[in-house]
Design a protein around this ligand. Sequence first.
Ligand code: ZN
Length: 88
Amino acid sequence: MTQIAQITGGASRPSKGWLKPMFPITGKAHYFNQEKEFAAITAQGRAYFWRSICGIDTVSTDKMPMFEPGNWDRCKKCELKLARRAAA
Ligand SMILES: [Zn+2]
């Protein structure tokens, strides 16, 4: 029996790219852009707001960082949009 674990890479701090948010635990890696103008200081530390090019919003903090996508499945919608951008 073959078991394939999906493993993220280390904590990551680029301002855009393929990333896996800590929440939800399941799901896919999306292509996120950081919304820098909305960075905030919260009880969890510095918070960063992100929006994926397929429209998903998420927040990362110093304690719940974004992760490199490792071998997580990549969102098909984001892949399509990226392909269209590259073609434009
Ligand atoms: Zn996506």
